[in-house]
Design a protein around this ligand. Structure first.
Ligand code: SF4
Length: 356
């Protein structure tokens, strides 16, 4: 009996199962994809994760959806009555429904939905989904984040306008681990979720980079960290505020940037903890926010629409002058018996900082 020699091919490519896009070599045996290995000749091919290694299982799994299914029973029925239909039939049905909604209610009534580009294979198609949305005429996208770091990326985007990692159209910064002297991994285990960051971190450690890991679990690179801060789950906020407090007290921040680009200079009412508005000071005020100008010691307004203060940002005060012989940072509002303090002193956690 002679054994047939299998036809084995090795195909270079990359894993598209998440946005890390690790360089890979796929083995195809007799036309069947049988294994996926890292491609060390590729810049991101030092290693692949368990999901990448399981790629052949995903391709051939018996439960993998390969054709569109149409529901034949009403929503809520315990048996949806799925029936297989052709791609053409599915696309025609979806297009007709979208056109009907757009004609009746406008294209904005349609929201597109997609999984997280960071953790799923939609990464390579996400730009085409947005292009279709634009062509159709809706700005509405529901993008799931799953168990993912996008929440961290978008937090800084909403606080000071730029994502702490690249966040689509609003830009963002990808951590430059290769040039970092110290890296903080905060609730982030790249060994499981972004192999390229994990290998870059290990390379950084070899050249002397310091590593701080903040995680309740001794997970991933925590055992290689110079400092492993084992916070209790749910106490990250207190640690962040404590670190921000130290940074502010010691001046470890870009004061000019914060003064110009954050809400740090705005005054806060101590009785309501809300930002002071001009109508709190004078009747018929315009509702604009208020800061303190230190050169002529006066309140100045901030116009959020124009993004401008009534005075040059360089003159805005961090501390209010003492009043009525009372030392301290607060100012008593005229007639209200209410003290006000700059946002930066009351809401220290809002000063920007970023890490992975
Ligand atoms: S981290 Fe894993 S899933 Fe993501 S591209 Fe690399 S091998 Fe694929």
């Amino acid at each position: 009996m002679s054994a047939e020699i299998p036809n084995v091919r090795q195909v270079q490519g990359y894993c598209s199962l998440c946005i890390a896009r690790c360089g890979t070599v796929a083995t195809v045996t007799d036309g069947r994809f049988t294994r996926l290995d890292p491609d060390p000749t590729h810049p991101t091919g030092a290693a692949i994760c368990a999901k990448g290694r399981a790629a052949p299982e995903l391709v051939y799994h018996k439960d993998r959806l390969k054709r569109p299914l149409r529901r034949t029973r009403p929503k809520g029925d315990s048996d949806p009555g799925w029936e297989e239909i052709s791609w053409d039939a599915a696309l025609d049905q979806i297009a007709a429904a979208m056109r009907r909604i757009a004609e009746q209610h406008g294209p904005e009534a349609v929201a597109f939905s997609q999984s997280s580009p960071s953790t799923t294979a939609i990464a390579d198609s996400a730009a085409f989904v947005v292009r279709l949305m634009n062509a159709f005429g809706t700005p509405n996208l529901v993008s799931a984040l799953e168990l993912c770091g996008w929440g961290r990326g978008f937090a800084t985007r909403y606080v000071f306008g730029v994502g702490s990692v690249a966040t689509g159209g609003a830009g963002g910064a990808m951590a430059d681990i290769a040039e970092s002297g110290c890296l903080i991994l905060w609730g982030y285990n790249p060994s499981f979720t972004r192999i390229t960051h994990a290998t870059a971190t290990v390379a950084g450690l070899k050249r002397g980079m310091k590593l701080i890991v903040i995680d309740p679990r001794n997970a991933g690179l925590a055992n290689k960290a110079d400092v492993w801060l084992r916070v209790r789950p749910g106490t990250d906020g207190a640690l962040a505020l404590g670190l921000a407090n130290i940074m502010i007290e010691r001046g470890w921040y870009d004061e000019a940037f914060v003064r110009t680009w954050s809400n740090g200079p705005l005054l806060v009412r101590s009785d309501t903890d809300r930002l002071l508005r001009t109508e709190d000071l004078v009747s018929g005020g315009s509702g604009q926010f208020v800061a303190w100008e230190s050169e002529s010691n006066r309140a100045v307004s901030y116009d959020p629409a124009a993004g401008r203060y009534e005075a040059p940002a360089a003159l805005l005060a961090r501390k209010l002058p003492a009043r009525s012989g009372t030392p301290g940072p607060s100012l008593i509002m005229p007639g209200a018996g209410t003290s006000i303090t700059p946002t930066a002193r009351r809401r220290r956690g809002r000063w920007p900082c970023s890490m992975l």
